[in-house]
Write a protein that binds this ligand. Structure first.
Ligand code: GLN
Length: 199
């Protein structure tokens, strides 16, 4: 099993380390053709407008949509969540979506100044122990479509969700020693490999 981390901007090395400690091989992805031999992809946090621009410039948009069309798992964290969303809201109003793959509406920088960055432990559906979550200028999920399963909330707000092969969280699971979110994703990739083998 090989999982790629989109290496246009953001915490790439940290995601690679977390995937490896969850027991899978991880590689940094700089070019669209490198998606061909991957079984799963992580889109890291950073700044979603910048990641979106770089994805367009390096022809990643169509390539990642094709990757997704093969039902290969994708995990978007923080800005990666924004990049996957079909609807994006910010203080400046509605924004053009980037990959528009997941049926969620997100709000960028949704926490007030006081709570711009903070850490907490959260219950995640499908993970036994609480997950250590680091929020940095994080987005919130404001609405989800009928095929989206909300797997984590913080103070009643939706912060992680899954839609089939797509997984998102508004926090940074790669910035702690707790690799349980990555372990969850590695299991999703293992299941999708099994499904494809049985097809
Ligand atoms: N605030 C960033 C954005 O809107 C996301 C922050 C992050 O990835 N830590 O793109």
């Amino acid at each position: 099993m090989k999982i790629g981390v989109l290496a246009l901007q953001g915490a790439v090395a940290e995601h690679i380390r977390s995937i490896e400690s969850a027991g899978a091989e991880a590689v940094a992805i700089k070019w669209p053709h490198e998606l061909d031999d991957l079984d799963g992809l992580v889109i890291p946090g950073g700044e979603s407008t910048t990641i979106g621009k770089l994805m367009r410039r390096y022809n990643f948009v169509e390539a990642i949509r094709q990757f997704s069309a093969q039902q290969k798992p994708i995990f978007g964290t923080c800005a990666g969540l924004i990049v996957l969303a079909q609807h994006i809201e910010s203080n400046h109003g509605t924004e053009e979506p980037h990959l528009a793959l997941m049926d969620i509406r997100v709000r960028r920088n949704a926490f007030g100044r006081q709570r711009e960055s903070f850490e907490t432990d959260l219950e995640v559906k499908g993970i036994e122990s609480p997950v250590r979550a680091v929020f940095i200028r994080a987005p919130l999920i404001e609405a989800v479509g009928e095929h989206v399963d909300v797997i984590c909330e913080a103070n009643g707000e939706m912060v992680a969700a899954r839609q089939g092969h797509l997984l998102v969280c508004s926090f940074h699971p790669e910035l702690t020693e707790d690799s349980s979110m990555h372990h969850y994703f590695v299991q999703m990739v293992a299941q999708s490999l099994q499904l494809n083998a049985n097809r």
